[in-house]
Design a protein. Structure first.
Length: 226
């Protein structure tokens, strides 16, 4: 199965897809919850099970609905710093998926643009990618804090940001990801998508989302398309 000729770029989610990293997302979500709890946001406004992004959205919505929108800028800055600290805690343990560096170089040699679209912060993303010797191969990195929080994955505008940065259209991108956020961001932007099993989702999980899903054990299988 060759790479579809409509694609001019191949982009990747970072954590759990391009790199094997260690980030305590439960800790991150709970720290976010604690910030809002200190401000009087009721637990009913935030679902701890929904993760970091939706903890933020739920808490912010409650503050806006209760006439406290002026506090959002300070709160979001505090949350961003807490999230950054959690991300950086084990960044030195990051490793590339075996074989992926050679594949990225092959992509470059064949004229494809390569990018990373991550919900990690810029500092964390650049540090992890440099440790894994991937950073300098990339044409673009779009991180969580490059744009407003509401424009991060799964918002389809996140894909448009990286498409604009590398000079292609979203539908000319093949995107690899390990999370539902990645799938919905790709689908809703018109990008192609391949799911991988190096994150928390297994084949059955992916097929429940899309029974026609193309699934790879990991991104090194991309070599079969080149």
């Amino acid at each position: 199965m060759p790479l579809d000729p409509r694609y001019r770029a191949v982009c990747f989610d970072m954590d759990g897809t391009l790199l094997l990293t260690k980030v305590d997302y439960v800790k991150m979500a709970n720290l976010v919850f604690d910030v809002f709890e200190e401000l009087g946001v009721p637990e009913s406004a935030i679902d701890r099970n929904e993760g970091y992004k939706f903890n933020i959205e739920g808490g912010c919505k409650w503050l806006i609905d209760n006439g406290r929108s002026a506090e959002l800028y300070t709160i979001q800055g505090k949350i961003a710093n807490l999230a950054r600290d959690v991300e950086m805690e084990f960044v030195d343990e990051a490793k590339p998926v075996p074989g992926i560096i050679d594949i990225l170089c092959d992509l470059k040699n064949q004229g494809y643009k390569i990018g990373v679209l991550t919900r990690g912060c810029r500092e964390y993303a650049e540090t992890a990618l440099k440790i894994c010797e991937v950073h300098d191969i990339l044409d673009s990195i779009v991180a969580r804090d490059d744009y407003p929080e509401e424009e991060a994955k799964p918002a389809p505008i996140a894909m448009k940001h990286i498409a604009d940065d590398i000079g292609v259209k979203p539908e000319e991108i093949l995107f690899f990801g390990d999370h539902t956020f990645d799938y919905y961001c790709a689908r809703d932007s018109g990008a192609g998508f391949i799911g991988v099993l190096t994150g928390t989702l297994n084949r059955d999980d992916w097929y429940k989302i899309d029974k026609e899903m193309i699934i790879f054990e990991d991104v090194s299988e991309l070599g079969k398309l080149l």
